[in-house]
Design a protein around this ligand. Structure first.
Ligand code: 4AD
Ligand code: MG
Length: 428
């Protein structure tokens, strides 16, 4: 048994490949069987005059997604997908598939999501998810080579991480618990132990919006660095994002091709990224006639308008305090604002990172928690970090699915996670 990706080493030999039938075509004199084994695609050719009836009939009876073992001689063929062809001498049907629901035609997205467990096998989905996997590995490599310690943060939490609006609450032996919206508060706690840390795992938000940018379960990577200010934080972000894009370009050429991604757009992504203050962004948007008001967070439409002028990601920094989370540090130069940034991706993909310098002053942090009417007791341990050797620190969170949607050029982030959780979708 050989894997399709190794066929180049077996030209002229007879081998057996095991895999799923993607398609069959041809009748009369010659038939073709396209087999996928997870490492590649192979076209098998059967010539009726050169084979026995049993083998011919077996080929003719194959249904899409049946599992087969095909044996034959490996031939080089530039026209074949993958560059090799198999001259079939024998077909063993290991498992005949029922009529496959996903056909090579346009299915509605609801149908495809209902069949996500099967849709995963399709070529665009394979390409997207392989790029996701590469980006995940690149995330770990980036931080590993920069001496960050990986900290796994809890999913079941007692304190609200971001804001009260989008919590999944569950019962924890009679006490309310929340699925983590972020690992940030915990990586902050690990910072004095290791200086540079990060977490990377699933996070949960009960988003009642059905947009192309929102999942209720998504993966977030959150580094946290002691002694880094907001400027250092943005520098780390631009290096990080550029590295992820570069890794995809370097190692996922085939998949990007399958997705028909215009990679020239990605090749431009290099540090430094342009920066614009929130206040300047509001002025710019007002100049364009947008309905914005200083003080409110920017919405998707505002972000898209800002990005019309940019081919590479843009930092928007120093948002108004009231628009952002309680833990962000007040800006000494303008106390109406906080030292934070959102990184906006080009081509309509919106915010891929939210980051900030953290409030390290015990009194001010307490005020912010009270202002936002968060339950103080739940943050007692977090306040301790400001009581025992408080230190300047910054960090950010990169949303994996939004980042991968941008890199792959796919419209909706639901395709960028194997089993998307959306407001109206818990299956499969
Ligand atoms: O801006 P957010 O809410 O920031 C935080 O959670 C901070 N605690 C991060 C930190 O400083 N450590 O979320 C960060 C990123 C967003 O920029 C976006 O990419 C992604 O997480 N994100 C979502 N992705 C998919 N679906 C959702 N519902 C998302 N909400 C946020
Ligand atoms: Mg944000």
């Amino acid at each position: 048994m050989v894997e399709i990706k190794e066929l180049g080493e077996h030209v002229g030999e007879s081998v057996t490949v095991r895999g799923w039938v993607e398609a069959t075509r041809g009748h009369g004199k010659v038939s073709f069987t396209v087999v996928r084994d997870g490492t590649g695609i192979l076209q098998g050719v059967l010539v009726k005059s050169e084979t026995d009836d049993a083998t011919w009939d077996a080929q003719q009876s194959l249904t899409q997604e049946s599992l087969v073992a095909v044996t034959g001689e490996v031939r080089e063929d530039a026209r074949a997908p993958g560059g090799y062809e198999l001259g079939i001498s024998a077909i063993e049907v290991l498992s005949m598939a029922d009529e496959y629901p996903i056909q090579p035609k346009d299915h509605g997205v609801d149908f495809l999501l209902d069949h996500r467990h099967l849709w995963l096998r399709s070529s665009l989905q394979r390409a997207g998810l392989r790029i996701r996997s590469e980006v995940q590995q690149a995330i770990h490599d980036f931080f590993y080579t920069r001496d960050f310690v990986r900290i796994d943060t809890p999913i079941l939490t007692g304190a609200i991480g971001e804001h009260a609006g989008t919590l999944f609450q569950t019962d924890y032996f009679g006490e309310p618990a929340y699925l983590a919206q972020t690992g940030q508060l915990y990586v902050e706690a690990a910072c004095p132990a290791f200086r540079r840390v990060y977490c990377f795992g699933p996070t949960f938000r009960a988003e009642k919006s059905k947009t192309r940018r929102h999942l209720t379960e998504f993966w977030m990577c959150e580094p946290e660095v002691a002694f880094a200010d907001s400027n250092d934080n943005m520098r780390l972000q631009e290096e990080f994002v550029s590295y992820l894009v570069e890794r995809a370009l370097e190692r996922c050429q085939e998949d990007l091709k399958v997705l028909e991604r215009d990679t020239s757009k990605l090749e431009m992504v290099r540090p430094p990224f342009p920066r614009m203050s929130y206040t300047a962004a509001v002025d710019f948007l007002k100049g364009k006639g947008a309905d914005v008001e200083w003080g409110r967070d920017l919405g998707a439409a505002d972000e898209n308008m800002l990005m019309e002028e940019h081919d590479i990601p843009l930092f928007v920094h120093d948002y108004p305090k009231q628009a952002k989370a309680f833990y962000m540090k007040e800006n000494p130069a303008d106390p109406r604002t906080v030292l934070c940034d959102d990184l906006l991706a080009p081509e309509g993909y919106g915010e891929i990172i939210g980051g900030s310098q953290r409030e390290d002053d015990l009194v001010r942090l307490g005020e912010r928690i009270r202002e936002q009417e968060l339950p103080e007791a739940a943050y007692a341990w977090y306040m301790d970090l400001r009581r025992y050797g408080t230190f300047p620190h910054s960090g950010f969170g990169l949303g994996l699915e939004r980042t991968v949607a941008w890199i792959t050029g796919r419209h909706h982030i639901r395709e960028m996670i194997p089993f998307p959780r959306l407001m109206n979708r818990l299956y499969p």
